[in-house]
Design a protein around this ligand. Sequence first.
Ligand SMILES: [Zn+2]
Length: 297
Amino acid sequence: MNENLSSCPVCGKSGFSNFLETADYFLTNEPFSIQKCNDCGFKFVNPRPDIREIGRYYQSDEYISHDAEKAGLVTRLYKIARVFSIRTKFNIVNRYTSSGSILDIGCGTGEFLHYCNSKGYDVSGVEPNEKAGSFAQQVNGIPVTTALGKLDPLTCKFSCITMWHVLEHLHELNESLEQVKSLLLPGGVFIAAVPNSNSWDAAHYGKYWAAYDVPRHLYHFTESSVTILAKNHGFEIVKTVPQKLDAFYVSMLSEKYLTGKTNHVKAFFKGAWSNFMAGIATRGHSSQIFILSVKKT
Ligand SMILES: [Zn+2]
């Protein structure tokens, strides 16, 4: 079933305009509309598949695990990028919370948490995909629950909670943010990475921008919408950090959606240009990491 949002998930107002007609270029080719709130400018898929219906849009092994065994230079580069990405994420976590416990929401197969654990952190994960979650548990030794709501805030507290490209997938956006807040230890940090629909590559590729990724990405954040959302839930943004590799990855997929074929060289230059323009035109990078803390009252 589809569901219609009648109020903006960020500001609660009800006037929307049509922003973009796009399609699920990754899997089903079904068309979807992105609407924009007339009040705060937040963009979201509307109507959208409800929580029962959305499952079938994730039924691709490629989506669950980007590291499927394939031969070739791109796969090798991808693996190198993944190791680099795990270390970059860890360095960010470690900069804002140098010890303690990490909860990674949407932990997938658990490689990031496994690395954090090897550096002395206590780690836990939330992963709704059973296959990925049991891999994290059995191979990487991570305690994993299937839903955020299963963690009791009275007994479970974390010094750092991470969501690496997860927030844009959550039907219960506001409820999840409240749950995150209740699970944070005093002085803890919440780290959320999301695509930035204000980036140069988003404007350049338009409806073919791979990070629209409808209907899996229900929301299309910008720095401004994250700021409002954070404030609504009592968080403040401590720092915004770019995810520069994402500009290349997103451009690679977007080129494919736009032209029907892969062009790594062109995608490389588009990604590099997006990173360059992020600083010049204050658009921000293709993806950004927000470091949030609970605002002291
Ligand atoms: Zn709004």
